[in-house]
Design a protein around this ligand. Structure first.
Ligand code: NAD
Ligand code: IPM
Ligand code: MN
Length: 356
């Protein structure tokens, strides 16, 4: 079995705590299935910044290039501007390794309560395919007349035909593979943003024509936000630009119970460069250090990483173990209505792993 090298970046706040539990599960899986995984930790993030004046060393991206995958906690520190922490660590990794798909599944599992009171288990099962390297997050723009009364900030959205088509095609391929019956939904705002979003819409139409058997729908993002709440069961695969995908991710997470359950993969589908797996949530400074963060999103992100690396059976075992913990409702963290600590929830998944 060839070795698989995984880079671990816990990052900040609860990122440190939830990755601890994810690693426990990954190590248990390594012992059980002898996957040949080798983990290397990097102490990068805000503490590193406070000490060295940078979120990671200058050659960090070259270092990461030698890995098969990256497992990340979260980044963000109350004393450092978010645009610094994120633009020096998370976003450069996504861009450098062309992780152009951000895949974010959201399922209403048995045992979870949705704030939408009529939703039954599995009724909500939405996978967001978020464009992850350009769009509203393109690092294009500038500030002129800085710190003066006439200060101007220009932030340019970049929508390329190639960038739009490839992520939309990924969504259609996934729909075809899954045999989806529900429409592939494109989220847009081309009524108000008549350039980039029109390029997006046209890309969607062109790619859709290659999948005539798959139904489609195109929704404006404001209406989509409403429909996620009003009739979430209408959605299956949702493909959206970088910013819209980000916002709808948190919404999809809460209608399926909690942000503490939402997993994510930043995927380079070509497989030549490492993909990165991380929970959807951030570093949650409000609960950091209290030992109460929900580690299930980090654990489910580890399962996505295993699946991406070709270990589908092991990924499914972890997902089943998480489902068991949720269904039993004995060892749930506070965001899911329980009183268990981060560590207790991780241990519960470990012990459930023994029975799947
Ligand atoms: P957040 O996701 O960190 O927290 C939002 C709310 O959800 C908070 O009340 C928090 O306590 C709760 N929450 C989040 N994860 C939880 C978990 N696992 N268990 C229980 N409760 C959980 O978002 P925010 O407060 O907007 O951002 C905090 C910091 O994180 C900021 O610096 C932001 O830039 C950063 N951030 C980083 C990432 C990332 O690294 N991928 C993602 C989102 C936000
Ligand atoms: C996410 C986060 C990041 C994003 C931030 C922290 C830059 O919110 O992964 O959802 O918007 O991509
Ligand atoms: Mn987000």
């Amino acid at each position: 079995m060839s070795k698989k090298r995984i880079a671990i970046i816990r990052g900040d706040g609860i990122g440190v705590e939830v990755i601890e539990e994810g690693l426990k599960v990954l190590c248990a899986m390594e012992d059980r299935a002898r996957l040949g995984f080798e983990f290397t930790e990097f102490p990068w993030g805000s503490d590193y910044y406070l000490e060295h004046g940078a979120m990671m060393p200058t050659d960090a991206l070259d270092t990461l290039a030698g890995f098969d995958a990256i497992y990340l906690g979260a980044v963000g520190h109350p004393e450092i501007h978010d645009h610094v922490t994120l633009n020096e660590l998370l976003l450069p990794i996504r861009r450098r390794f062309d992780q152009y798909v951000c895949l974010r599944p959201n399922t209403l599992f048995p045992g979870m309560d949705s704030p939408l009171k009529n939703a039954a288990p599995w009724d909500i099962d939405i996978t967001i395919v978020r464009e992850n390297t350009e769009g509203e997050y393109a690092d294009v723009g500038g500030i002129q007349f800085k710190n003066q009364p006439n200060e101007i900030g220009v932030q340019t959205g970049v929508f390329t035909r190639r960038g739009c088509e490839r992520v939309i095609r990924y969504a259609f391929e996934l729909a075809r593979k899954r045999g989806s019956q529900k429409p592939v939904a494109s989220i847009t705002k081309s009524n108000a943003q008549g350039y980039g979003m029109v390029v997006w819409d046209c890309a969607f139409e062109r790619v859709a024509a290659d999948y005539p058997e798959l139904p489609t729908m195109s929704l404006l993002v404001d209406a989509a936000a409403m429909e996620f709440v009003r009739r979430p069961e209408a959605f299956d695969l949702v493909v959206a630009s970088n910013l819209f995908g980000d916002i709808l991710s948190d919404m999809a997470a809460i209608i399926t119970g909690s942000i503490g359950l939402a997993a994510s993969g930043n995927i380079n589908p070509d497989g030549e460069q490492p993909s990165m797996f991380e929970p959807v949530h951030g570093s949650a400074p409000d609960i950091a250090g209290k030992g109460v963060a929900n580690p299930l999103a980090a654990i489910l992100s580890a399962a996505m990483m295993l699946e991406h690396l070709g270990q589908a059976a092991e990924a499914e075992a972890i997902q089943k173990a998480v489902l068991l913990v949720i269904e039993r409702r004995e060892m749930l963290p506070s965001d899911m209505g329980g009183t268990a600590t981060t560590q207790q929830v991780g241990d519960a998944v470990l012990s459930a792993l023994g029975s799947v």
